[in-house]
Write a protein that binds this ligand. Sequence first.
Ligand SMILES: [Zn+2]
Length: 243
Amino acid sequence: MAASLITVPAFASAKDGVRHFFGTRQQMPVTYDTGVPAKTTAARAHAWMLSVKQVHGNDALVVDRPVTETDRFNGGWDALITDQPGVAVVVRTADCVPVLVYDRRRKAVAAIHAGWRGALAGIVSKTIERMAARFSIDVADLRVSIGPSAGPCCYEVDQAVLEPLRHGRQDWPALLHDDQGSKARLDLKALVRRQAAETGIPHEQITVVNVCTICHPSLFFSYRREGRVNGTMLNGIALVSRR
Ligand SMILES: [Zn+2]
């Protein structure tokens, strides 16, 4: 199982009291229902895993009290924030960008699911600002890790994406490769990275796993490559339980 999960050493380590992972298609199968806390041993020592229905929106769920197996989180959210040790907040991706956020001083974590729609709707900045406000965090303390997703090598988009991108971002030319007007390849990870930096997080505290889910069939599920949802990668982060 050595290659089944991807971690970022520079981002966080066990001595910081946090564990995180970006999943692959070889990760251990986990049984869970969206919106229902599940007991898990994924990435070691997590008491609970929580993944919710994702709707490509820009709303974040804040979990600020202990979870139990009778809890139900029945809305749709594309980000989860918690200050509760032992709760792994998890987002599912298969080309979209998984973003993990950690504050070592105030002890809070967040997991964000950012496709083009959510990214343009502000899911990244909104989640970071919400996390900072709720837990009295200085954004300059935050560390961000951006995980495997569809890369600019493969991720061709059309007017449905290009039009809102060009209206929403003055820097849109820097985010496109091989721009032919009505279609181009989008660097979604670069967009997410810029959005994280724009909240005030220092560049050196933002790590990017520069791997493309479309390019690597043996490692990742890809909605774009496979044309349907064959599976999704789980990406999560948890504060280590102090018990
Ligand atoms: Zn690629």
